[in-house]
Design a protein around this ligand. Structure first.
Ligand code: NOJ
Length: 592
């Protein structure tokens, strides 16, 4: 860093760029068509060349893979298909040798139904681990407003679930279990029962397991849906008709969540130099401060999703509405300003659960490259920590799925089925929406080169990649991007190194200009530093869209002439002063 901020608390995870690796789709070393840990090790040099500082590894634990690893059956074992614990240790060491940190996915709202705890729990009402999960009696339908026909129960079972909660994957959040004639709770798939954090032993198990991974030398955790872990023990019906799923008003940011997470912090992360990032949908800025602020629960930062709901009707994922650049600007600005004094933002526009950012927020046609770079400029110059999802640095796009037969994702399949059953989704809308929204868009193989399977795998006889390769791999792949100095990949590298050169990118204040403009997003980043007379200032101008827009850039700032530090169009002398912003043009101005 060239300058020292005078009044900020330095943290490695504020200065870092995190790269997300989805193991099954990154690189396959053994030809079975599924990515694996030795495959990731082969690409550590690649990650180091890009310049990233930390890897977030999606779940690699033992799991039946109902939900691609988010259904864990053993937290301390590596799934065979991905390799061994020795492979994982070799990956950790290879990353650390390159100065790259490693954070693991922590999935403790639920386990797999194959986890030994659940196997024991479901075996009898008085089983030792019965209260590790949520078991309840069903209800007489007469005493509720639920319709027994809406629930899949065995012949002869006429009761309805203990409450009206719905699962995020569609349908009821409860499944009837014949062994003990009771129901268990699952806020996701029925094969992913929710842990009962009211039970102290559950919390102890989770804390022990986290300690075990810290002892193995990891640098933090990405905490899956962690604001769902506390449920009110009397499990009341959801009453908010606006809730994202029925019941969410009861179990999102539940009654003891801050107590649990503060305890987790006190016991495990306080005084340890690690990154903890909580995945938290349905979160207000005020709540986020409670999780992350100075006097909060000790979490480094949160992933929030307001900006991921702009293209939905009432936050319903299986719907579509047009979003506008102004809405995106307003939403992300609200978070920039809301966490300016306390807390810290995570910056992302896609991940393994979201479609590709260029397909959603950019242009996949003529301006793919320019728009990919503009989005990158945004993510790397807002205040917060940027997360790059694998392939984003190439400008990868959505996959042209033709039918539901090509979809693997349990969430897409179940939700679409439920939406059709309830008449919320017409048959002729289904495929357009699925193509646009499915999580599988993010899960097609990483495109390393233009060979048959894009260099992701050389399959053994009879094997196929577990997801199809995007046909655009001939044009969009790592080899091509690295060979072209003007590529999206090189632009990412420049942005990452800018972050390392200039504290203002990390710690500078964000201030929005031209708030009302429909297509321009203009802001400054400003940092007072001890070694400068005037504050260090950057001005970012983003033209969000395929039309030219006129905006007169300042020629100087207090007598310091403007120069272009980075742009997605050639930074010629004329461009510095040009008041015409071309389609998807992004300029970062510096004032010498
Ligand atoms: C969020 C994860 O990112 C997603 O992939 C998963 O399906 C759910 N949590 C359930 O664990």
């Amino acid at each position: 860093m060239t300058s020292a901020p005078s009044d900020v608390t330095r943290r490695w995870w504020k200065e870092a760029v995190v790269y997300q690796v989805y193991p099954q789709s990154f690189n396959d070393s053994d030809g079975d068509g599924v990515g694996d840990i030795p495959g990731i090790i082969e690409k550590v040099d690649y990650l180091a060349d890009l310049g990233i500082d930390c890897v977030w590894l999606n779940p690699v634990y033992e799991s039946p893979h109902v939900d691609n690893g988010y259904d864990i059956s053993d937290y301390r074992t590596i799934l065979d298909e991905f390799g061994t614990m020795a492979d994982w240790e070799a990956l950790r060491d290879a990353l650390h040798d390159h100065g790259i940190r490693l954070i693991m996915d922590l999935v403790v709202n639920h386990t797999s139904d194959e986890h030994a705890w659940f196997v024991n729990s479901r075996s009898a009402k008085d089983a030792e681990k019965r209260d590790y999960y949520w078991w309840r009696e069903g209800r007489d339908p007469e005493e509720t407003d639920l319709d027994p026909d809406d629930y899949d129960t065995p012949e002869g079972v006429t009761e309805v679930p203990p409450n009206n909660w719905e699962s995020f994957f569609g349908g009821s959040a409860w499944t009837y279990d014949e062994t003990t004639d009771q129901w268990y709770l699952h806020t996701f798939d029925e094969r992913m029962p929710d842990l009962n954090w009211e039970t102290e032993a559950v919390r102890e198990e989770v804390f022990d397991m986290m300690q075990w991974w810290f002892d193995k030398g990891i640098d933090g955790f990405r905490m899956d849906v962690v604001n769902l872990v506390s449920k009110p023990p009397d499990l009341p019906d959801g009453t908010d008709p606006e809730a994202v799923v029925r019941g969410a008003d009861q179990f999102v940011n539940g009654p003891r969540v801050h107590e649990y997470l503060s305890e987790l912090h006190d016991r495990l992360t306080d005084g340890r130099d690690v990154l903890t990032v909580g995945e938290m949908a349905e979160l207000s800025v005020e709540e986020a401060r409670r999780y992350t602020g100075e006097n909060g629960d000790g979490m480094s930062m949160v992933f929030t999703f307001d900006h991921m709901r702009l293209d939905m009707v009432d936050s319903e994922r299986w719907s579509y509405r047009e979003w506008t650049p102004k809405e995106l600007k307003e939403t992300m600005t609200r978070w920039q300003e809301g966490l300016a004094e306390e807390g810290w933002n995570s910056l992302f526009l896609n991940n393994h659960d979201e479609p590709r950012q260029v397909s959603r927020f950019g242009d996949t046609g003529k301006y793919r490259r320019e728009s990919a770079k503009l989005l990158a400029t945004l993510l790397h110059t807002l205040r917060g920590t940027p997360y790059i999802y694998q392939g984003e640095e190439l400008g990868m796009t959505n996959y042209p799925f033709e039918s539901l037969d090509g979809i693997r994702d349990v969430d897409t399949l179940k939700n679409v089925r439920a939406a059709r059953k309830q008449g919320r989704l017409a048959d002729d809308e289904v495929m357009d929406l699925v193509r646009y929204r499915t999580r599988d868009n993010a899960r097609t193989p990483m495109q390393w080169d233009d060979s048959g399977y894009a260099g992701f795998t050389e399959p053994n006889t009879g094997a196929e990649p577990w997801m199809p390769v995007n046909p655009n791999k001939d044009a969009i792949n790592v080899d091509a991007e690295r060979a072209d100095p003007d590529s999206v990949w090189h632009y990412y590298r420049d942005l990452i190194s800018l972050r390392k050169d200039r504290d203002v990118v990390v710690y500078g204040d964000y201030e929005l200009r031209l708030a009302d403009h429909e297509s321009l997003w203009v802001y400054t980043r400003t940092l007072d530093t001890a070694d400068r007379d005037a504050p260090d200032t950057l001005l970012v101008v983003l033209n969000f869209g395929s039309d030219e827009t006129v905006f007169e850039p300042p020629a100087d700032l207090d007598g310091r002439p403007a120069e272009i530090l980075l742009s997605n169009y050639p930074a010629t002398a004329e461009a510095v002063e040009s008041d015409t912003f071309r389609p998807w043009e992004a300029r970062i101005y510096d004032f010498a």
